[in-house]
Design a protein around this ligand. Structure first.
Ligand code: 9MR
Length: 357
């Protein structure tokens, strides 16, 4: 009986979420622009197809002061199989940022997950591979020189389980650690003004991965790599233990470098129990958004690089279209519902930042 009632409540809540209603959030009245509350850049991941929608563009520019191209500035888009480049979409995103007075954050130069045919062909060629690597970074980071505030220069270098580093086309051809040092050096050569980041995920949920990541940062700094910022993606689920985020942000800040909360979202679906415990999960989700906003705001001013959400409305989230474990439409990981209404998660961030500016 109890279970049936709970399932019913959960189903009703799921339905309400799908329809885009969040009564608690609606009772809060008009939403202040998030960027008006924060003295640091507030970022959002975007795609050119979304920017073409006027309602999307309006909501985005009302609340956010920084853009990250969600995938169109990656090798998978820019580098064609024949080794030539295409810049139409990344240029369009950069132009949108300029036209709307927003800062551009660029991702990503070197990522284990990109294994492009143009580089596969060069595998094992030694200097040929190294030259193409430098050429790619110079061309891409050079193109946005003076506009990109920062670059994810090396992305997700640490192994999934946190034991050691990932083996990839870059490490195999240029050497482990060495490929990263080179990436930072080439990026600095291309755009000396950009803040160059190393970026990774699960740094809050897997302390072992964080430790490996921090040892890597130490080694790169010791070798003189111009690594100037730490990115913590923060793709979390609603059951992340309270406090874990704060601990991670504080520890990562120990290097004294700028911190970018670079891809924040909080999945309900990835936490067990979405069908029975939606109300509880939503409350946890809002608390985690609030915790992330507080922990970031508590950093010393010079370390607050930006706070970025990985998508605007729930329906824009990568989680819905993910290949291995796609979220159902009732996973609602972001700050705005499918219709663009601010949710309780939005208010959790707004409340954490109120009075800071
Ligand atoms: O959200 C991004 C999705 O649209 C792309 O298809 C995918 C591959 O480029 O990358 C997703 O973004 C990832 C980010 O670049 C790195 N951290 C994990 C993000 C989610 O997979």
């Amino acid at each position: 009986m109890r279970l049936a009632r709970r399932s019913f409540l959960a189903a009703a809540a799921a339905l309400a979420a799908c329809k885009g209603r969040d009564a608690g959030a609606q009772s809060r009245g008009p939403a202040p622009p998030l960027k008006s509350l924060a003295p640091w850049p507030v970022g959002c991941a975007v795609m050119t197809s979304e920017l073409a929608d006027p309602a999307y563009a309006q909501l985005l520019s009302r609340h956010f002061s920084q853009l990250t191209p969600e995938w169109e500035m990656k090798m998978e888009y820019i580098l064609k199989d024949d080794g030539t480049f295409r810049f139409d979409r990344p240029d369009a995103i950069a132009a949108f940022a300029r036209q709307h007075g927003m800062r551009l954050y660029a991702t990503t130069l070197i990522w284990y997950a990109q294994n492009p045919p143009a580089f596969q062909k060069l595998g094992g060629t030694g200097q040929g591979f190294a030259d193409a690597y430098r050429n790619y970074i110079l061309a891409v980071a050079g193109r946005y020189r003076g506009q990109a505030a920062g670059w994810d220069t090396v992305n997700e270098a640490v192994a999934e389980d946190g034991e050691g580093l990932r083996d990839c086309i870059w490490s195999r051809n240029l050497g482990q650690d060495d490929y990263m040092v080179r990436a930072f050096e080439h990026a600095q050569e291309a755009d000396p003004g950009a803040v160059l980041f190393i970026n990774d995920y699960n740094l809050e949920s897997l302390p072992r991965k964080r430790a490996t990541f921090m040892r890597l940062v130490e080694r790169l700094l010791k070798r003189g790599a111009p690594l100037k910022g730490i990115g913590t993606q923060t793709h979390i689920d609603a059951k992340l233990q309270p406090g874990a985020l704060t601990t991670a942000i504080r520890e990562l800040a120990g290097f004294g470098l700028p911190i970018h909360v670079s891809e924040l979202d909080v999945s309900l679906n990835r936490a067990a129990g979405l069908l029975t415990d939606r109300i509880d999960l939503e409350a946890r989700q809002a608390r985690l958004y609030g915790e992330a906003a507080e922990a970031f705001a508590a950093l010393p001013e010079r370390q607050r690089f930006a706070f970025t959400i990985w998508g605007l409305r729930d329906k824009d989230s990568w989680l819905r279209g993910e290949k291995e474990n796609p979220s159902p439409p009732w996973d609602t990981p972001l700050l705005f519902d499918d219709l663009g209404n601010p949710k309780t998660t939005f208010w959790a961030v707004a409340d954490a930042w109120r009075g800071r500016k």
